[in-house]
Design a binder for this molecule. Structure first.
Ligand code: SAM
Ligand code: SF4
Length: 328
């Protein structure tokens, strides 16, 4: 069995695959509302190319693939993509991160194609705040998508929430109450400097400590053991079994345990969200690279991985690509 091990001893098992950089929302922390710098569509990997890269990644030791974007459900052949990944020899554990706007219609076909786990992003339960944060009046579609995922038997369903000061920072306890009542696993994510508009400011960050303190006013939280390579610190809520996760990407970096690689929708392999360098798999494939050439590119990318994301380093440089074009 091959392993993708870096110079710091981290074994890479997890590949995040962006299926598109397009999106039907405009979350302020991810994409400006008038964003138009889309990747050229001819640069987007075809489904054959995607499946080929994932097969090679699996043969190199990847055993978990997360489909993301942009919004992965905008890919018209999303059900076929899921089904083809599940048909790979030794298929990876497959999951998806989605805003769920169009999940209602495809939840059941996705489950039939083999999707068993999903993360749905929802930052607020309030219609006006949702509109303010996403520039679209579509919170009902998200609720319908969540219900369809539950009805289709997807389990677990995790909810990702980003809190912004002056917008929804007061909503952590209400989001947890709602998640507990609906059997959803909630995780809060600290806002990272990955927006295309350069709006991130450390002084306005809602930190993992802030979130923990706010939740503790209403709930008893006790740390769960066995975090492994998960970015989330998990806590039992009121003695469990329900849990809540807090991902302190900025203030409590977990780079030392990182096992992730990222493939952008235009076929660039990245060793970190914050990498300033990429490995071009698309051009290599289109120029006739063999599977071994592509596998060697995976190994080289892993070998060059830095020890950490460097957000807290004074010399930190934000990557050119916004979150939507890397794949969250
Ligand atoms: N469109 C899908 C969605 O929103 O779930 C998938 C892609 S999105 C980039 C994946 C995750 O990244 C979402 O949960 C989103 O909240 C998160 N995200 C986007 N920009 C972020 C940022 N600047 N900091 C922290 N998380 C961010
Ligand atoms: Fe779209 Fe997801 Fe970014 Fe929101 S976070 S703009 S839903 S890609």
């Amino acid at each position: 069995m091959n392993t993708l091990i870096d110079t710091y001893g981290r074994v890479h098992r997890n590949l995040r695959v962006s299926l598109t950089d397009r999106c039907n929302l405009r979350c302020t922390y991810c994409m400006p509302h008038d964003f138009a710098a889309w990747l050229p569509s001819e640069h987007q990997l075809t489904t054959d190319e995607l499946v080929r890269v994932i097969e090679i990644a699996v043969s190199e030791g990847i055993n978990e693939v997360r489909l993301t974007g942009g919004e992965p459900l905008l890919r018209p052949d999303i059900v076929e993509i899921v089904s083809r990944i599940n048909a790979i020899e030794n298929p990876p554990k497959l999951t998806m991160t989605t805003n769920a706007l169009t999940l209602e219609k495809v939840a059941k076909p996705l489950v039939d194609a083999g999707l068993t786990r999903i993360n749905i992003s929802l930052d607020t339960l309030d219609r006006d705040r949702f509109k303010l944060m996403t520039h679209r009046d579509r919170i009902d579609d998200v609720f319908a998508g969540i219900k369809a995922a539950q009805d289709a038997g997807i389990d677990p369903i995790k909810i990702n929430a980003v809190l912004l000061k002056g917008v929804n920072a007061d909503e952590a306890p209400a989001l947890l109450e709602w998640a507990l009542a609906n059997n959803l696993a909630l995780r809060f994510i600290e806002q990272m400097p990955l927006d295309a508009g350069g709006i991130w400011e450390r002084s306005s960050l809602v930190t993992a400590d802030d979130i923990y303190a706010d939740l503790s006013t209403r709930y008893e939280l006790a740390p769960c053991d066995g975090r492994g390579s998960s970015p989330a610190e998990e806590f039992f809520v009121n003695g469990g079994p329900a849990t809540v996760g807090i991902i302190g990407s900025v203030t409590r970096p977990f780079c030392g345990a990182c096992d992730r690689l990222r493939l952008t929708s235009d076929g660039q392999l990245r060793s970190c969200l914050f990498s300033l360098e990429e490995m071009d798999l698309r051009t290599a494939m289109r120029n006739g690279a063999s599977d071994e050439d592509i596998a060697a590119r995976f190994r080289k990318t892993v070998a060059g991985k830095l020890p950490g994301h460097g957000i807290n380093d004074p010399k930190f440089i934000q990557p050119q690509r916004p979150m939507s074009a890397i794949g969250g």
